[in-house]
Write a protein that binds this ligand. Structure first.
Ligand SMILES: [Fe+2]
Length: 610
């Protein structure tokens, strides 16, 4: 037996993944245990979980693999800061103590994290090797083109290559500071959102605006080549030397300073979001076309933070020359832990690989599950009022009927998801047919901005009835956006409002999951990957004739997605959620003791706004 532990840490979204004889046994992000969003510390609890799950101790691990080469990265930081000194001195001083104490002493920190029990050598992969491995090795393809796009690891910001059998080969690279991820983050920052987490909001905001500034971006900020590679004019940015992302010259070009976080959104932010989104799509499409020429493959694998841009992914699917696309569910840096472990097993140890259908990612349900006995003990200790419904079919029928009645349901089942999205095991579910549901769920349940769109889950075999997807195309990890079919849309109101006022306009028979541009971020649900969720959707379809539900992550604004049943119970009691389902236990909010309610504001205050 060969056990390989992959680790990503010290930037954002620390994670651990365990691969035993090539099988992905367990993987989890540290934030789900520590309850600190994007936790970047050594993933102690995630490692402990992985080992516990496999019944191993750190002593029994054969290889521990870290997802980047720390000295290469140190080299990049040093060189960048020296190049812009003394202007860069502020961020240099800020970055260096962390580096000196944690990153350059990585071996010591990892030894400590593993309780001194691991005494073999550490393996370090390059950052993009780890992303590429996470994209290709779990995919269903024997061979595929690989595209990695992110902010930055060591030096590489974009990598193109090819995977075949047990090998990934990266042949073309773009280097820091020229980075599509950092360009997107710069606009995220300028629009008043948090870098490395607000990118998703910017993508959600884009359809409300007009891409008025796209030409300006293409003319001034970047020099884009036919093959999709580009150089960024650094005079518009500040991430090399300063503590902000954009410079004053950037503000002058786009007509004003960065928006203050939490202040009202104006047409300018909507238009900036639409513009950078359009440019991002243009660049990814060009790169993909070039990659197709290089490889001649019909299959494409994606990873890196930019691969979470599901709108761009949807266009790649529809407009790029590739026929099939597979995207790593944990496309961001957390997935680097999994990629590092798989890279060691296949590429370094040269083990044979047999691709599997639908893939080897197991629905990305790779985290901890909780036993019924543990849940019952928790519920008793909280004096919660609950019903036990041991029959799965009966449970799904009951929950489907509650959702059809307009109830919002917290749904905790099986193993926790690996990656940033809740895929139906730590989710909040609601009726997608309800025109009021988007604002109810945003404001009363998640306490977040009203413009944030919701994603649908749909039975895989029925997806093409509602969305413009090829019948054989699936989207198991909620990473593809596709238009709602014309026959499911509703005619626009005669005096269509513009901007954010559009949010409450129903625009299809599933208005709660139809974005203002008639798009939807789809998760297809199949029986293989998630039988319980498939059963629930089937029950809802039987009851209502609609195989679609809203699926959003089980958390409030700024909170990591719930991990344990205790996390879920607390969040349930702090929000206006109507029903909580923990495995086969059903709790109705109306029946819970009044003194068990958690103050919503106090609950929210624990978490920094994202
Ligand atoms: Fe990355």
């Amino acid at each position: 037996m060969t056990a390989i532990l992959g680790i990503s840490a010290f930037y954002h979204d620390s994670a651990a993944a365990l691969v035993v004889d090539g099988e992905i046994v367990a993987a989890a992000q540290e934030e789900r245990f520590t309850r600190i969003k994007h936790d970047l510390a050594f993933p102690k609890q995630a490692v402990d979980y992985c080992l516990r799950d496999a019944g191993l101790t750190a002593e029994q691990i054969d290889h521990v693999v870290f997802y980047e080469k720390p000295f290469l990265k140190f080299d990049r930081l040093l060189e960048t800061h020296l190049a812009v000194a003394p202007a860069g001195f502020g961020s240099f001083l800020k970055a260096m103590p962390l580096w000196l104490h944690e990153k350059l002493q990585l071996t010591r920190v990892m030894n400590q994290g593993l309780g001194g029990l691991y005494r073999k050598r550490y393996v370090f992969t390059e950052h993009h090797e780890a992303h590429a491995a996470s994209a290709f090795f779990p995919s269903p393809f024997a061979e595929a083109a690989i595209m990695v796009l992110d902010g930055v690891g060591e030096w590489a910001t974009a990598s193109l290559g090819h995977g075949a059998g047990s090998t990934v080969t990266l042949s073309h690279e773009m280097h820091f500071p020229h980075s599509l991820g950092l360009l997107y983050s710069a606009f995220t920052y300028h629009c008043g959102f948090k870098v490395n987490s607000g990118e998703y909001k910017l993508m959600g905001l884009a359809p409300y605006g007009e891409p008025k500034y796209a030409d300006l971006i293409l003319r001034h900020l970047l020099d884009l080549k036919a093959d999709g590679s580009f150089r960024l004019d650094q005079s518009y940015f500040n991430y090399c030397g300063g503590l902000t992302m954009t410079s004053e010259k950037f503000s002058r070009l786009f007509g004003g300073p960065p928006r203050r976080p939490e202040s009202a959104l104006t047409a300018r932010e909507l238009d900036l979001a639409a513009s950078v989104q359009k440019v991002t799509e243009l660049i990814t499409l060009r790169m993909a076309a070039h990659l197709h020429q290089l490889t001649g493959s019909k299959n494409l694998c994606l990873a890196g933070g930019v691969a979470l841009n599901c709108v761009a992914n949807g266009r790649l699917l529809r407009e790029s020359p590739f026929k099939n696309i597979w995207i790593q569910a944990a496309a961001g840096d957390a997935g680097g832990a999994l990629g590092a472990a798989l890279f060691a097993w296949y590429q370094l140890l040269e083990n044979p690989r047999t691709p599997r259908s639908p893939d080897s990612q197991q629905g990305s349900l790779l985290g901890p599950a909780h036993a019924a006995s543990e849940i019952e003990t928790l519920l008793r200790s909280q004096q919660a009022v609950y019903r036990h419904c041991p029959d799965d079919a009966e449970l799904c029928t009951q929950v489907a009927s509650l959702i059809a009645d307009g109830k919002v349901v917290g749904w905790v089942q099986g193993r926790m998801e690996f990656g940033p999205r809740a895929l139906g095991n730590r989710s909040i579910l609601g009726d997608a047919r309800s025109p009021a549901m988007q604002s109810v769920m945003n404001q009363k349940i998640k306490f977040r901005e009203s413009f944030r769109p919701f994603a649908p889950i749909v039975l895989r075999d029925r997806a093409a009835d509602y969305f413009e997807l090829r019948p054989d195309q699936e989207s198991p990890y909620m990473l593809l956006v596709a238009p709602v079919r014309a026959d499911k849309r509703m005619p626009p109101a005669t005096s269509s409002p513009r901007g954010l006022a559009q949010v409450n306009e129903p625009r299809s028979v599933i208005p709660a999951v139809t974005h203002v541009d008639y798009s939807a971020r789809i998760q297809t649900v199949d029986e293989t990957r998630n039988p319980r969720l498939h059963q629930l959707l089937t029950a809802f379809d039987r009851l209502t004739g609609c195989p679609v539900l809203i699926n959003t992550s089980f958390n409030v604004r700024g909170e990591p997605i719930v991990g344990s049943p205790a996390d879920a119970y607390r969040c349930f009691m702090a929000t206006n959620m109507d029903v909580l389902v923990l495995e086969n236990f059903i709790l109705l909010k109306a029946e819970q003791p009044a003194d068990a309610r958690v103050n919503a504001q106090a609950y929210l205050n624990q978490y920094e706004k994202d």
